[in-house]
Design a protein around this ligand. Sequence first.
Ligand code: NAD
Ligand code: TDX
Length: 341
Amino acid sequence: MKLLVTGGAGFIASNYIRYALSAHPDYHIINLDKLTYAGNLENLRDIESSNRYTFIKGDICDEKILEGMEFDAILNFAAESHVDRSILDAQPFLRTNIMGTYNLLEAARRRDCFFLQVSTDEVYGSIEKGFFNEDSPLLPNSPYAASKASSDMLVRAYVETHKLKAVITRCSNNYGPYQFPEKLIPLVILNAVNGKPIPVYGDGMNVRDWIHVTDHCRAVDAVFHRGAPGEVYNIGSRNERPNIEIIKLILKKVAEILDLDEAGLMDLISFVEDRKGHDRRYAIDPLKIEEGTGWKPEMSFEQGIEKTIEWYISNKDWWQRIISGEYMQYYNTQYGERLKD
Ligand code: NAD
Ligand code: TDX
């Protein structure tokens, strides 16, 4: 089996490639990635010399990029993925997330190959009580979420119109190794380690449903192998927490691991202006994937967050290169030096 994985130099797909190469010794993986600011080949250093792995630098929007390439299935992880950036400039989100997905769907249709779209719970919008299931209406609130909802609609249309064998997964918030430090959890860890202020949007009571990236990767793999074509699967681990609780938990653990003064770290918490259109709560019901594929999350949040904090503390070279780079200069200009070397 030869898989085309897009966006493989990013956070989730690099973890997926590592997982899939080890879980399926007969698989070959082609990683197609444009290497945007979020793409980092260092995320795959340990597997890059495998003869079952090929990297191709390319843009999913390029109509010619897949010509002459052979594969049995496309797993589309590539995307612009950060909500705050989509508020500053939505254009790259519409281009990659919508037109890029369209381009891959066309390629899949022509070859009649299987297509898996990695989507997000953000397409459902915010929910006050209860849980999103796969039949919940799509009510995206940020340009990022709207672009992901649009790509989901395109996938559905190709299933209905062209009978494409395709599935969509919608996962909740991921955390774990190799996550780009513009996202909440790595940002809090790095700013705690570096003694920098920790920006909390609004009142800090927005709720997210956190899942360890390895559990997400196992879920994508389960849907790829055992999901029914044409279906949507929500992925979550029933782990809802308000942002401020996550932040305090991380600061407590960092203080323990590095033997720092916990009260001093708590003083870094800094309430800032709220994100525009900030979704109050996300919560996913993962019953369909559990019953349909036998998948279940394996990592408890307490264990996962501790391992993640330890990973960032022991991989300083990895994040040091990122936060001293060009992208972070842009980030600090836009966000008032929130994350600084
Ligand atoms: P990321 O930003 O870390 O990585 C995205 C990758 O896509 C990068 O390697 C980048 O270079 C590549 N890319 C971007 N535009 C491209 C293009 N035009 N052509 C080829 N490659 C391109 O993202 P992530 O957090 O790993 O998210 C991966 C996928 O999972 C996305 O589709 C995202 O919407 C979805 N998702 C993310 C989360 C989360 O919590 N991070 C949760 C649910 C779903
Ligand atoms: O500095 C910050 N301060 C803060 O309070 C940042 C970066 C975030 N936040 C808040 C906003 C959210 O309520 O923390 C929460 C999590 O923020 P992000 O890490 O930006 O994630 P979110 O907006 O929830 O989106 C994520 O989950 C769904 C991913 O980035 C998406 O790619 C995924 O689809």
